[in-house]
Design a protein around this ligand. Sequence first.
Ligand SMILES: C[S@@+](CC[C@H](N)C(=O)[O-])C[C@H]1O[C@@H](n2cnc3c(N)ncnc32)[C@H](O)[C@@H]1O
Length: 184
Amino acid sequence: MLLFFILLVIVFIIIVLFAFPRFSPIPYFPSNNRDMKLIVNALELRNNQTVIDLGAGDGAVIFAAAEKAFKQKLNVGFIAVDINPVLILIMYIRRLFHRNRKNIRIVRDDIFRIKFDKLHTPNSIFYTFYLYISPWYLERVIKNLELKIKNFAVISYMYPVKSLKKTERIIKGLKHDVFCYNVN
Ligand SMILES: C[S@@+](CC[C@H](N)C(=O)[O-])C[C@H]1O[C@@H](n2cnc3c(N)ncnc32)[C@H](O)[C@@H]1O
C-alpha cells in the first residue's frame, strides 16, 4: 500500500514537471532520430570546441555527438542544459554509461537567464549552440548569447532564426530541416 502511494506521488510529480509551463515552458520533444546523423554532422565537431544544447531534453543530441567525438578522438566539450529535473536525472544516468562521459557536463538552469560564465570552458576557442525550441523563444535565447560572446555557431532544428538569416545554411532533413548559422 505504501509502495503504491509512493509510486503515485512520483508519477504525480513527473506529470506536474512536464505539464506545467512554470516548470517547463517549452515542452519536451526529442530531435527526430532519423535526422540525428545530419544534426551531428551539422555541429562540425573539431578540437577545442564546446557544443552546448540549450534545452537538452534527455540528451539525445549531446550523447550522439559525444559518441562521434570519442570515435574520432576529438577534444570536444559537451554541455547539456535543461530546466526539468526529471530530464536532468535521466541525463546523469545516461552519462554514467557513456564512453565519453568525462567530456560531458550537465547543467540544470534556465536558458533564458543562464549566465555565460556557467558555460565558459577554459580550453575552448569555439562554441556551437544547438537549439530545438519554439521560434518565438529562439530569438530571446540567441540575443542573450550575442551579448556575452562573439564568434559562435548556432544550429537550430526545425525552426529558422530570422535575425541570423544573412548567414543561413539549410540542411534538408528526413523529418525536419536543420538551420545553421555563424555569428561573428
Ligand atoms: C523540444 S525539447 C528539445 C530536446 C533536445 N534539445 C533534443 O533536441 O532532443 C526542449 C527542451 O527544453 C527544455 N526547456 C524548456 N524551457 C527551458 C528553460 N527555460 N530552460 C532550460 N530548458 C528548458 C525542456 O525541458 C525540453 O527538454
